[in-house]
Design a protein around this ligand. Structure first.
Ligand code: NAP
Length: 256
């Protein structure tokens, strides 16, 4: 018996094999979870389909989180296919590249709303759709955030403001759904080179700074995130909700 045997988990945010969502999905699959994966737009259908094959996953569904119809259709399909849901992984964010350089105050109204919609509101929308399918099953919801929500990280700008809203959402959702036995948590991951991360200016400098200053004197790996994701989605973390768990080699405890 694996940690996730008999559990159905929806994993969003797979772009390629470097995606943090993929690292989490790999650990879940290894522990016996049945997975459904989503992709945004037809262009990514084949790529996510190939990743699904490596995970022995049959359900690969379209979902652009900026479209309410996509979100509704996703949960209609999951209800039909599975009847119930035990886990949700939200690993989605987006900001205009121009908003990830220069001073934060230059962010446009459109850029601000777009980042908030894709990176923060979408977690609440997915949680609202997932919760009715989790009732009576002790479900677990997980999102991914970054230290730029708590402290100023040069160039992270609107993404930091978005992650602050996302982290507050984790706490409000934990309270909303806790009575139904559903838990809501976030991993605050250290920097790791993925497709989205490449949009942040001077990302390589962030990596070398962390490797030098973090208590563990290294950067995190995708596997570190995958293992913690598995823990938070499994019953081993049954007493934890509303938590922002740092997987950052300890970087956040340093004052200098
Ligand atoms: P990634 O592989 O590029 O994943 C980001 C995902 O968001 C992609 O699959 C992307 O799909 C998806 N997405 C963007 N707009 C979407 C939309 N409208 N509808 C549905 N999906 C959409 O990068 P990642 O680093 O693994 O990011 C996953 C999460 O981890 C993000 O929330 C990120 O902020 C967070 N995080 C990352 C780091 C890091 O250093 N990498 C650190 C802490 C937290 P498309 O490719 O189709 O746009």
């Amino acid at each position: 018996m694996g940690w996730m045997t008999g559990k159905n988990v929806l994993v969003t945010g797979l772009a390629n094999e470097r995606s943090l969502a993929f690292a989490i999905a790999q650990q879940l699959a290894a522990e016996g979870a049945t997975l459904a994966l989503t992709y945004q737009g037809e262009a990514l259908r084949d790529r996510v389909g190939k990743l699904a094959e490596t995970l022995d996953t049959r359900l690969v569904l379209p979902c652009d989180v900026s479209q309410d119809e996509d979100v509704d259709q996703l949960f209609t399909t999951l209800r039909r296919e599975w009847g119930g849901l035990d886990g949700l992984v939200h690993a989605i964010a987006f900001a205009e590249k121009t908003d990830l350089e220069g001073p934060y105050y230059n962010v446009s109204r459109r850029g601000f709303l777009l980042a908030m919609e894709i990176g923060a509101y979408s977690f609440t929308a997915l949680a609202r759709g997932a919760a009715p399918l989790m009732e009576g099953r002790g479900g677990s919801m997980l999102t991914l955030t970054y230290f730029g929500a708590e402290k100023v990280i040069p160039h992270y700008n609107i993404m930091g403001v978005t992650k602050a809203a996302l982290e507050a959402s984790v706490r409000y959702l934990a309270n909303d759904f806790g009575g139904a036995g559903i838990r809501v948590n976030a991993i605050s991951a250290g920097p790791i080179k993925t497709l989205s991360a490449r949009g942040v200016r001077d990302f390589n400098e962030m990596l070398s700074h962390v490797a030098e200053k973090a208590p563990l004197r290294r950067n995190i790996t995708a596997e570190d995130v995958g293992h913690t994701g598995l823990f938070l989605l499994s019953d081993r973390s049954a007493g934890i909700t509303g938590e922002i768990l740092h997987v950052d080699c300890g970087y956040n405890v340093m004052g200098m």
